[in-house]
Design a protein around this ligand. Structure first.
Ligand SMILES: O=C(O)CCC(=O)C(=O)O
Ligand SMILES: [Fe+2]
Length: 278
């Protein structure tokens, strides 16, 4: 081998090893973007979507989401009737026989929960995107709209009786920034997460059993925020009122080869996902 060709080979090897280092760096970078929270099974990723994408998603949400009247969720405190301090809507997998996943978010019995409506396109696309990001299939989404700084959700654990065991709660945020506060139920230590538009918060099963969470009221005025809380619900409510259980294996996810920027319009390919562990 001539000196010059051996030099070429050496350069190639150097450039290859740089590429590999670079890949490792990218991976570490991706990992670093996630802030680990709670019991270590929860995390926050700030910019899953660019600001332009987030504006477009918010626009689509405004066109496609129908919120239920706040009067529908009245509750009494010391004989005063209060309205829910946020707007709410429920969407998910509605089967051809009209059955749908039922999430009983209250501990009280004998509550009639609002009907779950079939996915509007923007929520379905984000649900499929979540599967690509986290590997969790979700069949249910609660949309919460916080119109201003007074709108909020008090401290609570998400009720898990209808969750597929060990599944996580996945929350996208769009619009104005709000603080999600985690509070350890024993020590009362708190962790604040400044939820940016286009971010994702993943609440793990263990964290949800030990840390309460709240979108706190704030004195400072802020822009309207819309959050999308996706869950994997095992309880299916049938038209005749009976309940059955799913392990999530019948959920159909549409995946697509894409990057973030073509999230709004893309080709889709239908696949059937059989087992959660796959
Ligand atoms: O809006 C949020 O980020 C949280 C909503 C929430 O905690 C819930 O719906 O249970
Ligand atoms: Fe919650």
């Amino acid at each position: 081998m001539s000196a010059s060709s051996s030099k070429t080979l050496k350069r190639k090897k150097e450039s290859q090893s740089t590429d590999n280092d670079c890949q490792i760096d990218i991976k570490q970078h991706v990992h670093c973007q996630r802030k680990i929270l709670g019991e270590g099974d929860s995390w926050y990723e700030e910019s899953l979507f660019s600001s332009n994408e987030s504006i477009e998603i918010l626009k689509q949400l405004d066109e496609q989401i129908v919120y239920l009247p706040r009067e529908q969720f009245q509750f009494k405190i010391f004989n005063t009737i209060n309205l829910l301090p946020r707007d709410k809507a429920f969407y998910g997998d509605v089967y051809s026989d009209g059955s749908y996943p039922l999430y009983r978010y209250e501990s009280k019995k004998d509550i009639i929960y609002p009907e779950v409506k079939a996915w509007p396109p923007v929520l379905k696309r984000l649900r499929d995107r979540l599967f690509e990001i986290t590997g969790q299939k979700c069949n249910h989404c609660v949309v919460n709209q916080y119109r201003d700084n007074n709108d909020h959700i008090g401290y609570h654990f998400d009720k898990t009786r209808d969750f597929v065991n060990d599944s996580n709660v996945l929350v996208f945020s769009f619009g104005g920034e709000r603080i999600l506060r985690l509070k350890h139920n024993g020590s009362k230590i708190t962790e604040d997460i400044h939820l940016k538009s286009g971010s994702l918060f993943d609440l793990g099963w263990k964290s949800n059993s030990i840390w309460k969470h709240s979108i706190i009221k704030t004195k400072r005025s802020c822009e309207r925020r819309v959050s999308l809380t996706y869950r994997l619900i095992k309880t299916i409510l049938h038209k005749d009122g009976t309940l059955t259980e799913t392990d999530g294996s019948d959920i159909i996810i549409e995946t697509t080869a894409h990057n973030n920027s073509n999230m709004i319009e893309h080709e889709t390919k239908k696949i059937k996902v059989h087992e959660k562990s796959e």
